[in-house]
Design a protein around this ligand. Structure first.
Ligand code: ZN
Length: 382
């Protein structure tokens, strides 16, 4: 539930601070994001109809969510009853226990209730991101515990999340490292959806704002490292992170940059969205959650092979190094800027290190094409 504020009110702060670097294991997780799963999830979500608190559609969606988590082997699955205006529904909380910090939680959340329409963007899109991330993380350890939370009654005024904070988080004094909210990230059909808004807390109380700023910068970097999207930092408002921030917790969030006109109408449907954008948002979100929760594991042989060849440094300042390759072929090497313009070209001979000078390139995102593989490279001058 977000009212259009328009871009005039957004804070135009480009992300310049690269606090963390690309993690090959996190990349191997991100590589598992499957666009067909996302489209199927959005389609099924749409098929349930209008999911208002207390409706049959809301209950059907809840059961559908639970069956997904069960099928992936999650065992700690709880519902939390939400009551408002004489209706009853349920938040869904699925907990994955951390191996090092089991009592410290990263919450990733998205509301699944809708109003006036099927809500495929608002917020089937966030729902699909959570499900795809949960599917991929089911067999991966994280140092911190993760709670996947699907809130209801968001559209009636953040009621599901508010009751969860009041009845669970505060009484149980939960140790929350971060609340990462995803609401309306489906993009707009027919537009060039190439930017994601990363939202930081700028509201009272202020004691948690600096930490939110830091986490949001980290989120933006992860979105850039693990998706092809640009990022835009703005302020958090009007979604389920608000009750957490009001209770003093540290929050961050994602929201689409091109804003759909259709939320809260019957036209909030997949055909008015951009599934490729949602796919990119999912990849970046998984990279971010893997970073926040400290996912770790071994790369299998195939993954090692495909990830082994790493160009560095990334971000690059004066040059990018392509290490020598074992296999004996000459490789064409091309560097493109984010608009697709070719800016550097070379050939790497077998067993030869290649250095590409980047001193005179503008800061930003580049794509390094080596043979048929493309590596994303960030140029940032010190
Ligand atoms: Zn929403």
């Amino acid at each position: 539930m977000k009212k259009t504020l328009g871009l005039m009110l957004l804070l135009g702060i480009a992300t310049q601070c690269f606090a963390q670097t690309h993690d090959p294991y996190h990349q191997s997780l991100v590589n598992k994001v499957n666009q067909n799963n996302i489209i199927q999830c959005l389609t099924e979500f749409e098929g349930f109809g209008i999911k208002t608190l207390g409706s049959q559609a809301e209950e059907n969606t809840l059961n559908w969510l639970i069956s997904h988590y069960q099928s992936w082997g999650y065992e700690d699955i709880e519902t939390h009853q939400v009551n408002a205006y004489g209706e009853t529904g349920y938040n869904l909380i699925v907990t994955k226990t951390g191996t090092v910090y089991p009592e410290t939680f990263i919450i990733i959340d998205a509301h699944y209730d809708t109003i006036n329409g099927p809500g495929t963007n608002d917020n089937g899109s966030g729902t699909a991101v959570l499900l795809e991330i949960a599917r991929i993380l089911a067999d991966t350890d994280t140092e911190y515990s993760v709670k996947f939370i699907h809130f209801t009654a968001e559209e009636w005024g953040l009621i599901g999340s508010q009751q969860y904070v009041n009845e669970i988080v505060i009484p149980q004094n939960l140790d929350l490292k971060l609340v990462f909210n995803i609401d309306e990230v489906g993009g707009v059909a027919g537009m060039n959806n190439d930017t994601i808004v990363c939202e930081k807390d700028m509201s009272a109380p202020n004691g948690n704002n600096a930490a939110s700023e830091q986490r949001t910068q980290e989120l933006a970097v992860c979105m850039q490292l693990y998706s092809n999207l640009d990022t835009f930092i703005s302020f958090a408002y009007g979604s389920d992170y608000v009750p957490f921030q009001e209770a003093g917790y540290v929050i961050t969030g994602l929201y689409e940059f091109n804003e759909s006109d259709f939320p809260h109408t019957p036209y909030d449907t997949i055909e008015n969205m951009d599934p490729e954008y949602e796919y990119q948002v999912t990849k970046g979100s998984l990279g971010a959650l893997a970073f926040f929760a400290k996912a770790y594991g071994e790369l299998n042989t195939d993954e090692q092979e495909s990830l082994q060849y790493t160009v560095y440094p990334n971000p690059a300042d004066e040059f990018i190094i392509l290490p020598p390759r074992k296999s004996g072929e000459k490789m064409q090497v091309q560097l493109f800027d984010s608009t697709g313009k070719l800016v550097r070209q070379s050939v790497q001979k077998p067993a030869q290190e290649l250095k590409i000078v980047t001193t005179n390139l503008q800061q930003g995102i580049y794509f390094l094409k080596i043979g048929d593989k493309t590596h994303k490279v960030i140029v940032q001058h010190k």
